[in-house]
Design a protein around this ligand. Structure first.
Ligand SMILES: [Zn+2]
Length: 229
């Protein structure tokens, strides 16, 4: 009998596999874990779906030929306000795609898990979705060692004529050759606040919508430049 392992994780996404199986991608305190649930889709018709995205679940699994096969899954908690709102659920699912790219399997670092749980809880309690997206993504990138440089120009540390230089790792001023989207002083301060303020302060933060939208666009460019997608 293969050795059983037990993990708690947040379901990031699921995909169908073969005729009745499902693969669930989880974020656990030990990094990413992909589990194959044999017959899951047949089972779900009668018992409901435990392994739905944005559920926190306990899983018991074992290894066979390089795969983690699911033996048991039980629901630990849900985020009902997130799942019940199209805007929040969409923000959460789109934002959690970063995790799949940034957190390896078997990672010894539990910060991405703790961060994700903390931010999903805040989103469930009313943190505005754009604030969630920008603040969480900036912190996840930092935890992965890829946090954008936001303390002035990445080359000269200057704070004037800043532009977005995602391929250079963050802000780059025009004097140092920055040719990307201009980043106003106000936007720069907003991003810095989103990257650093503790959650209770974030929940009270009132930032202009245009700064939040600009932040999401800059992070998208950063993703393409740093991760190639
Ligand atoms: Zn510079």
């Amino acid at each position: 009998m293969a050795e059983l392992a037990r993990d708690r994780g947040i379901v990031l996404r699921t995909q169908d596999h073969a005729e009745t199986d499902r693969i669930a991608v989880l974020l656990t305190p030990r990094g990413r874990l992909d589990v194959l649930a044999k017959g899951a889709r047949r089972l779900e018709r009668s018992t409901g779906a435990v392994l739905d995205p944005l559920h926190v679940v306990d899983v018991i699994h074992y290894r066979r030929r390089g795969l983690h096969l699911l033996k048991e899954a039980s629901l630990v908690r849900t985020f009902p306000e997130v799942r019940g709102s199209l805007e929040r659920a969409t923000a959460a699912l789109k934002t959690l795609r970063w995790v799949v790219d940034l957190v390896p399997t078997g990672a010894p670092d539990d910060r991405p898990y703790a961060l994700t749980l903390e931010f999903l809880t805040a989103l469930d309690e009313g943190l505005p979705p754009p604030v969630f997206t920008v603040a969480y993504t900036l912190r996840l990138l930092s935890a992965a060692g890829l946090g954008p440089h936001l303390a002035g120009c990445v080359r000269c540390a200057g704070t004037e004529l800043l532009t977005w230089g995602p391929e250079r790792g963050g802000l780059l001023c025009a004097r140092c050759g920055g040719r990307g989207a201009p980043v106003s002083a106000r936007l720069w301060r907003s991003l810095d606040a989103l990257a650093r303020l503790p959650l209770p302060a974030l929940a009270r933060l009132r930032l202009p919508d245009e700064d939040l939208m600009a932040g999401i666009a800059l992070l998208h460019q950063f993703r393409v430049a740093q991760l190639g997608r």
